[in-house]
Design a protein. Sequence first.
Length: 426
Amino acid sequence: MQSISTIGLDIAKSVFQVHGVDAAGQVVIRCQLRRRHVLAFFQKLPPCLVGIEACASSHHWSRELQALGHTVRLMPPAYVKPYVKRQKNDCTDAEAICEAVTRPTMRFVPTKTVEQQSCLMLHRARHLFIRQQTAVINSIRAYLAEFGIFAPVGRRGVEQLLEVVADTADRRLPEVARACLAALGSQLRALKAQILEFDRRIIVWHRSSATSKRLDAIPGVGPALATALVASVADAKTFRSGRDFSAWVGLVPKQNSSGGKDKLGGISKQGDPSVLPIDSEAGLFLGVDAVQTIQFWQAAFMRTPFQLHIEVSILFVSLLTSSNSALARDPGGKYAQADPEMHKWFEQPKSEGGEACCALSDGNTLRDADWRSSSGHYQVFLANEWIDVPDAALVTAPNRFGQTVVWPYYEDGHPTVRCFMPGSMT
């Protein structure tokens, strides 16, 4: 058998379709596998590139195949669909996946960890209970309206209706209807208890995640939104800037532009609804200090769009990523995560151009693998690309910190180096 370099795997509940090609793109294998035979099949293959649509159970199979040494790439099904040549069946789907995964411009979905999927399950189960609670409330109101019993809109109105159901002396309700409504009332109380229990679980998960607690420091972000972000975004470095993140969430207008004319519609809201702060339990999503939140964003929108874009980029690139940010500033301008003896020194570094490094951006430590030098010129790896360090950004003062430090900022969504202080590769 020829060596297989790329496989398109169309997953399902029971029957999986495999389409494999060699390095020249020639088809080597086409076959169907039952679910119990999938891992045994891939164990026999040398490490290769495996493409899978990002759908139900895809993250599980990605983790399993990566454990066998394969390189797995998950892709949104909407991006794979254009590669389906004709008709719709498992064989053509697997072939389309195999072709799409090799495209250089394809956008991939990072594989989520078991912990991230567990947190997402917390949120989605909670949203399911909320939808069920709404359905039960609507049923109670509708059934009682058939007997001419109404109550004001809101939580207090539902409680008044349940008091009528519990009052056996009220003759407006037949006994059969009362029994049905009492059962719905019991179900409603059980759903409310479940929602409160899941709220407590979300708080516990939030307190165990350092990244979630950093996000909670942003005005307008509460524990539920912070945990949803951490669980939904497997790798924040996928986004070049806060603008890209906003587009992924769906906080951008829908475009219908053509012929050089920009036509923008309403906000698309096409992202994951669990990370949009639209929920009746606003305290969990928006945080406790609503006044501070409103004042912060009112002040933010009074600034120019460029300034606001820079601040949003810094918030989501520095807070959402899990990189070593040893020199990150706190709101008071003190480097709380650094050695206290180094605080004054961190304020002193200036680039060759005379700019104070900490004036507009925070310093971040770099691993040895994330920077390189050639003939006195440096490059750093930021936002999944190598960035040239301008000569004027180089800091030539002695590095008392000992590690390589970069001060990045963003222009039009692209990272730029404000200052760079090389360390010594170990």
